[in-house]
Design a protein around this ligand. Structure first.
Ligand code: NAD
Length: 467
């Protein structure tokens, strides 16, 4: 796309923003409904086909992790929007008697949504739902790595919205950089912490507000009281869904020494039950998105094995189809790149620990995680871990499901993100809380207007003491 066109689209949205903002809840619900119909009905099959073409994503997974997630967000927003948009009265302090105060959410204006490739529909249209609900104009810039899906999403947007309201632009770093140079009112970015820093620096230039939905290494603790078979089933699902290309997937296991062997065996059994003895032949297992990510993962694997890691199961791959087997590695040294970078693939390292304090120390010595999972039947130690560690979200005795509850805020903390999304939290992210105070009668404050004298000093003393 020509960069001049980007600027034109941006300017058109700037011009139109107050018309979009002036819409009431009924009009916004209508737009959300049209988006829902397009995703759920008209474009469901094209989206499924596009994701299959982009990285072999099984159709059921497209239904559940892409289409259903967005439709669920839309249904929730449609139901709640009238309430979210209503002005909220707040109490009046006694010194301000004679006034009333309230606040309401007003749209930020023109917003930029930059999304990654791993759940391209969900992570582009999910934030868009919140942007529309809040009354914004928006430009969407999905990842260049899923071109088929981006093309279908572009068609949906062109079908439903005029360009001066919502526009989708295709392109990679160059387009993203050009967009980031523009004075958007809000930037909602989902991607890596590395690019998150670039986005935040660019936003600082215009003091644009940001939501950064980032990634990192999410630990998964399994202690000796856990139901090992149940934990293995959920972890094998959470780690190997989308071939491990999920921001909130368990990045590595922290397992209490006494149950490490049992968990390893249970995981192997579970992987066989999900994907058969040859996962490469399974229709339920996705591929790695592109050659460069495939090579990155092969390098991680070889580096770990070179440095002495032990392969428990998996470890095979095929470059032509970008297949990498579900893999468990033990005794991975800390110096291995696998233990230093977010894995974002089907390689699962297992680290062992002896007691809870050791596990907590291991976690707290690293960046704050996007998610932290605990499998345990010991309520006291579970609560202790929740209190003594920091993460964007957590699950106890399961994984990934926190993402699906739109009543919960979703997001990271510091290195794993800034700001929250989903439901009301996403709506707030795309809104400015506008405070209004209206005076109807004279207030006591007027007694303190200049010129000052000893009487006013006495009134000030009384105010300080009693109000
Ligand atoms: P990425 O950061 O490489 O790219 C994300 C987006 O930024 C893409 O649209 C890309 O075109 C753009 N981009 C890339 N480099 C850029 C640059 N230098 N300047 C401007 N824009 C640039 O991330 P990715 O590889 O697409 O996705 C994987 C990462 O995203 C992982 O770290 C994962 O944890 C994270 N993620 C987070 C969430 C979440 O909700 N927190 C969800 C999915 C993925």
């Amino acid at each position: 796309m020509k960069l001049d066109n980007l600027i034109e689209r941006f300017k058109a949205q700037q011009k139109n923003q107050y018309q979009v903002a002036a819409t009431g809840w009924k009009q916004r619900v209508k737009k959300l409904h049209a988006l829902q119909q397009a995703i759920e009905k008209t474009y469901r099959k094209p989206l499924q086909d596009a994701l299959l073409a982009d990285f072999g994503k099984p159709t059921i997974e497209t239904d559940l992790t892409e289409i259903y997630q967005v439709v669920k967000e839309i249904k929730h927003a449609k139901k709640q929007l009238r309430h979210w948009m209503a002005a909220r009265k707040v109490p009046t302090p006694s010194a301000l008697l004679g006034t009333t105060s309230w606040y309401r959410y007003e749209p930020k204006g023109v917003c930029l949504i930059i999304s990654p490739w791993n759940f391209p529909v969900n992570l582009t249209f999910g934030p868009l739902v919140a942007a529309i609900a809040a009354g914004n104009a928006a430009i969407l810039k999905p990842s260049e790595m899923t071109p088929h899906t981006t093309a279908v999403m572009g068609q949906i947007i062109a079908d439903l919205f005029p360009e001066n309201e919502v526009a989708l632009v295709e392109g990679g770093i160059e387009v993203s950089t050009a967009l980031l140079a523009l004075p958007f009112h809000h930037i909602f970015f989902t991607g890596s912490p590395r690019v998150g820093k670039i986005v935040m620096k660019a936003a600082a230039e215009h003091l644009s507000s940001v939501t950064l939905e980032l990634g990192g290494k999410s630990p998964c603790i399994v202690d000796e009281t856990a139901d090992i078979k149940g934990a293995a089933k959920k972890i094998a699902w959470g780690k190997f869904l989308n071939s491990g290309q999920i921001c909130i997937t368990p990045d590595y296991l922290l397992v209490q020494e006494s149950v490490a062997d049992r968990l390893g065996q249970a995981l192997e059994k579970q992987v066989r039950s999900f994907f058969g003895p040859q996962p490469i032949a399974s229709h339920s297992y996705a591929r790695i998105v592109n050659n460069s990510h495939f090579k990155r993962l092969v390098n991680h694997l070889e580096d770990a094995l070179d440095k002495g890691a032990v392969l428990s199961f998996g470890g095979t791959y095929e470059a032509d189809s970008r297949y990498m087997a579900p893999t468990l590695l033990r005794k991975v040294p800390e110096t291995a790149t696998l233990m230093q970078e977010e894995i974002f693939g089907p390689l699962l390292p297992m680290v062992t620990y002896r007691n809870t304090e050791e596990a907590i120390q291991y976690i707290n010595a690293r960046e704050k995680a996007l998610s932290l999972y605990i499998f345990s039947k010991n309520r006291k130690s579970t609560n202790h871990i929740l209190k003594q560690t920091r993460a964007g979200s957590s699950c106890v005795n399961t994984n990934l499901l926190q993402y699906s509850n739109h009543h919960l805020p979703f997001g990271g903390v510091n290195n794993s993100g800034i700001g929250k999304s989903h439901g009301i939290y996403g709506f707030k992210e795309f809104s400015n809380q506008r405070a209004v105070l209206k005076q109807t009668f004279p207030t006591a404050m007027e007694l303190l207007f200049p010129p000052y004298n000893s009487f006013k000093q006495r009134v000030a003393n009384i105010t300080l003491r009693w109000f």
